[in-house]
Design a protein around this ligand. Structure first.
Ligand code: PXL
Length: 275
């Protein structure tokens, strides 16, 4: 069985980060090891959330794992906490990466043109450095714009997306993927660029006019789980995009849906069957 390490916060209530990554990657058949970077009462879209930083736990945990001679087939990072923590995560990559370890960085920090409450521009620049270490990065357009310094646009064409991908590629990752890319009216999806062979990949499905928290985490977790199942990166993106869209649709049909996240639990059985 493949073993995935995922490093991100635990938002106790909120359906995002580790509370999505752990069940989704496990359901896709990989052992999922977690390294929580912080414990929050809720995600940061709630008012008055509490946050306990866990940076001082990262090194002792890593040292113990080293003694246990653990290895990972993939390391996937999401929402982290502080600039200093990004350096600690880089050290984790160095300590645990071997020739067969896939590193996936989702530089979670912004959406809709704005940084999340906990972050500033220095944090965005530091995240760009973490992306340099990755085999695959999966920012949204806002995150890509903060990391590349290219202006954020709500209205755009494929030329703009290619410019962002070129900027991301310069950061140094193997494969750069932009999420939330809408190239035609009524459609949305992803566009990726593989620096190893200059190949582009675009996948669009039906755009659903609803925005929910945690959908980026659901997308990235699905990509990681599918690659661990043996899919190539393009099939993994296609499945993750379809799965995320399906989950939003299912959530919209639930009259009792919570405002703060998607019903990802309801679509796990369908995800397991997706090819
Ligand atoms: O889903 C991304 C995410 C993860 N973790 C925390 C967040 C958010 C988005 O707001 O606040 C704590």
């Amino acid at each position: 069985m493949k073993r995935v390490l995922t490093i991100q916060d635990i938002s106790c209530l909120g359906k995002c980060s580790l509370t999505i990554a752990l069940p989704v990657i496990s359901a896709l058949g990989s052992e999922t090891v977690i390294l929580p970077t912080a414990v929050l009462s809720t995600h940061t879209m709630f008012k008055g959330f509490t946050c306990k930083d866990l940076s001082d736990q990262i090194e002792p945990i890593a040292e113990h794992w080293k003694k246990e001679k653990v290895r990972f087939d993939a390391i996937y990072t999401g929402y982290l906490g502080t600039i200093e923590q990004i350096d600690q995560i880089k050290a984790m990559f160095e300590a645990f990466r071997d020739d067969n370890t896939l590193i996936v960085v989702d530089p979670v920090m912004a959406d809709n043109g704005k940084l999340y409450p906990a972050f500033d521009l220095d944090y965005a620049k530091k995240n760009a450095k973490l992306c340099a270490e990755a085999d695959i990065i999966v920012p949204n357009i806002t995150e890509a714009s903060f990391m590349t310094g290219i202006e954020y646009r709500e209205e755009y064409d494929e030329g703009y997306i290619r410019e962002l991908l070129a900027g991301l590629n310069e950061l140094g990752a193997g494969i750069s993927v932009l999420t939330g890319v809408s190239l035609e009216k009524g459609r949305t999806g992803v566009m990726g660029y593989d620096s190893r062979n200059g190949e582009y990949f675009t996948y669009q499905n039906q755009r659903i006019d609803a925005a929910y928290h945690g959908t980026g985490d659901l997308f990235s977790s699905t990509v990681v789980g599918e690659i661990m199942k043996g899919k190539d990166w393009k099939d993994a993106l296609r499945i993750a995009a379809d799965h995320t869209a399906n989950t939003i649709e299912v959530t919209l049909r639930n009259p009792d849906k919570p405002w703060y996240g998607v019903d990802f639990e309801a679509t796990i059985p369908a995800l397991i069957e997706m090819e």
